[in-house]
Design a protein around this ligand. Structure first.
Ligand SMILES: Cc1cc2nc3c(=O)[nH]c(=O)nc-3n(C[C@H](O)[C@H](O)[C@H](O)COP(=O)(O)OP(=O)(O)OC[C@H]3O[C@@H](n4cnc5c(N)ncnc54)[C@H](O)[C@@H]3O)c2cc1C
Length: 395
């Protein structure tokens, strides 16, 4: 029986584990190792930071879902991978594997900008459950005494969407409370233009986003690198200083330390079209852990986002490739990585499609409408239901 170890229990890890079980049944002994014992629907963290969701609405325990499918769950943090001897190293154990799927997501690199982040820094973050809960507390305090808001993405960021969502949500919520006129909002980004999103824009995203920010009276500073975050003040590399009462910045990302030695200098793992490690053939990597080169060099460095949709697709392809290794069945087709995303805009939302993710593209779309907001909420419910019940095979 093949021993398959999955590292991480989120979009990539949970999908890979359930798919491998579905495809291989008793032919494989599957174990998920994750430092988090819950699945978190990460795309809803901006809503949680606004008080529109609670943790219980967007999480479920991994052990129960995996146990029902005959998959072992180990709630532990991995320390490293001994790729030459095919062993996953945790704090208490060395776990041998025939196949390893790395789906560890990002390490959030707050330390790259002095004063960045909520742990010892001066900005909020909506990138983990704990940080989003902290951001909600900061938001409640802010509402008692509103002032200037600065939101953005520092140099090297690859996941731009959440900062857009947060800016639009704050704008919408302040308008709903009829206090928008008390709050100047500035959006600072390393993107060369608004609506670039790290993927060279999608269709008319630049024009639509420029209009949207103008319509909402949100000042935009593009092509910008942050020197440091001082208490109550963002200091840009060009010397400009922007004061704030509340600030949230996306950090750059790197690979997590346990798997970084398997990857490039930023710790992201280079894979082939079926997500197999280029040197270690029994290791696969999916999701944010994977290395994707940017479409074009930007004046201030930016990276390519790896969305939940992409991650699930990668995990399904990797599972089929492992199945093919074990059973001798034909290998799956290589999947192009596309973007299919619903971006919240507070009172409305945008639908984004980019296929493939980087230009030139066969298909692309960028549309705005209230129906996409309802669609986003419906998808959240559906995805959580599907994964909680282990039904990864559903669309
Ligand atoms: C705020 C926010 C909003 C987003 N919105 C959208 C959206 O609207 N649509 C969309 O498609 N995508 C969205 N994304 C992107 C999407 O959330 C990611 O693509 C997805 O979470 C990636 O899944 P993953 O499995 O690669 O990594 P992650 O979700 O980051 O999960 C990593 C897993 O690995 C575990 N882990 C890490 N290190 C270790 C270790 N050393 N040992 C053991 N376990 C470890 C973690 O506990 C976790 O379970 C958003 C992302 C953020 C941050």
């Amino acid at each position: 029986m093949a021993r398959i170890m999955i590292l991480g229990g989120s979009f990539g890890g949970l999908t890979a584990a359930l798919e491998l079980k579905r495809l291989l049944g008793k032919k494989a002994d599957i174990t998920v190792v994750s430092e988090d014992d819950k699945f978190v629907f990460v795309p809803s963290l901006p809503w949680l930071s606004m008080g529109w969701r609670k943790a219980v609405d967007i999480t479920f325990p991994l052990k129960q879902t995996l146990g029902q499918r005959g998959i072992t769950f180990i709630h532990e943090k991995a320390k490293g991978v001994d790729a030459d001897n095919s062993k996953l190293i945790t704090g208490t154990n060395e776990l041998p594997y025939d196949y390893l799927v790395v789906s560890t997501g990002p390490c959030l690199a707050y330390e790259e900008v002095p004063g960045l982040g909520p742990d010892g820094g001066h900005t909020e973050s909506i990138f983990t459950l704990g940080h989003a809960e902290k951001a909600y507390k900061a938001w409640e305090r802010f509402l008692e005494n509103p002032g200037a808001v600065v939101i953005g993405s520092v140099q090297g960021v690859s996941c731009f969407g959440p900062s857009y969502e947060y800016a639009f949500e704050i704008d919408a919520e302040l308008r709903r409370r009829k206090i928008r006129s008390k709050v100047p909002i500035v959006f600072v980004t390393s993107e060369p233009y608004i609506g670039h999103f790290g993927i060279g824009g999608v269709r008319n995203s630049r024009r639509m986003m420029e209009d949207e920010f103008a319509k909402r009276d949100i000042k935009v500073v593009v092509n910008s690198a942050v020197q440091e975050i001082a208490p109550g003040e963002v200091v840009l590399k060009d010397g400009a200083k922007i004061p704030f009462q509340l600030s949230m910045f996306a950090p750059a990302m790197k690979g997590v330390p346990a798997v970084a030695p398997l990857g490039n200098p930023r710790g992201f793992i280079s894979v082939d079209g079926r997500y197999r490690h280029r040197q270690h053939k029994n290791i696969f990597a999916v999701g944010v852990a994977v290395a994707i080169a940017p479409p074009e060099p930007t004046p201030v460095p930016t990276g390519v986002p790896k969305t939940g949709f992409m991650t699930v697709r990668m995990a399904k392809t990797a599972a089929r490739a492992i199945e093919s290794d074990i059973t001798g069945e034909s290998a799956p087709a290589e999947t192009a990585i596309d973007v299919l995303c619903l971006m919240d805009m507070g009172n409305t939302a945008a639908f984004m499609k980019a296929a493939p993710v980087l230009p030139p593209r066969q298909e692309s779309a960028f549309r705005e409408g209230k129906r996409f907001k309802w669609g986003k909420a419906a998808f959240e419910r559906y995805f959580l239901w599907k994964m909680r019940h282990g039904l990864s095979g559903l669309p």
